[in-house]
Design a protein around this ligand. Structure first.
Ligand SMILES: [Zn+2]
Length: 269
């Protein structure tokens, strides 16, 4: 098992990640593409290193780069005028930043910020669009990811409206664990409240409840997940639903590119 310790300081939060879950060696979306396509997309360059709190895109601005995280992860945030902001998604090695390009739009509707430091492949938007236009197998892979991304957004909308803070916090901690590849991370109550779109006191109460159930340990911003299965039971169903959708649509063995239908779309079941 590979271990790595990182410490980053930034304004309100310090993120310390002790890597105690095996690190991914690649981005799963890129790994699903034919080798030649992948070489053209990455232009044979090495991955870039992303740092905590680094802004990658702003709402309403042109998309300059597409990112495919390896062991980094990225928060997708919607600004809510006069009400702060709300995190509506996390992207790690399972996904990509730059989904509007799949719909032929080169403007980001969201703010994106690095939440976990690490490596990512950086791809030129024009090159991605060329590959999408030229290759139905490539389009098929990205269409499937687009479906997963939209389904997860819909799930998050339901979650934010109907589910209790304690269950949502458990879901968020598990999502972060999956993308940080670590059971330990450091994050302030203020930042958690921002991410969940609730007041700080609500996060304090929910974190205390999870701690009393011995699912997590929370000390001065250091979060340790003590019982993964217990935390999964404490989380709302959204966590499991997200994983099921991903496994059903993107997790099965890929067909060879030459058997893809002319439309480039596989059955989704
Ligand atoms: Zn939920």
């Amino acid at each position: 098992m590979r271990l790595r310790t990182e410490t980053r300081a930034h304004a309100a939060q310090t993120v310390m990640i002790v890597k105690n879950v095996p690190l991914p060696t690649d981005n799963l979306l890129l790994a699903a593409l034919p080798a030649a396509v992948r070489r053209r997309l990455t232009a044979d360059r090495a991955p870039v290193n992303l740092t905590v709190s680094e802004p990658l895109s702003a709402a309403g601005e042109r998309i300059r780069h597409v990112y495919f995280p390896i062991d980094s992860f990225i928060s997708l945030i919607t600004p809510a005028r006069g009400r702060g902001q709300l995190e509506i998604g996390l992207v790690g090695s399972e996904g990509m930043l730059g989904v509007p390009l799949l719909l032929d739009v080169n403007v980001s509707p969201l703010r994106a910020m690095v939440q976990g430091a690490g490596r990512a492949w950086r791809v030129d938007p024009k090159t991605l669009r060329q590959e999408l236009a030229a290759n139905t197998a490539v389009r098929s892979t990205f269409n499937r990811y687009l479906y997963v991304f939209l389904a997860q957004l819909m799930q998050t909308a339901t979650c934010t409206r109907f589910h209790l803070i304690e269950a949502r916090l458990a879901r968020w901690l598990l999502m972060t664990r999956d993308r940080a590849h670590s059971n330990q991370f450091r994050i302030t109550h203020e930042f958690l409240a921002l991410m969940l779109g609730v007041r700080r006191v609500g996060v304090t109460s929910a974190a205390s409840a999870l701690q009393r159930r011995q699912l997590i340990r929370y000390r001065r911003g250091d979060i340790s997940i003590l019982d993964v299965q217990g935390l999964e039971r404490a989380a709302c169903a959204c966590y499991a639903i997200d994983k099921q959708i991903y496994a059903r649509v993107l997790g099965r063995k890929r067909r060879p590119p030459d058997t893809v239908s002319p439309s480039g779309v596989h059955d989704l079941q």
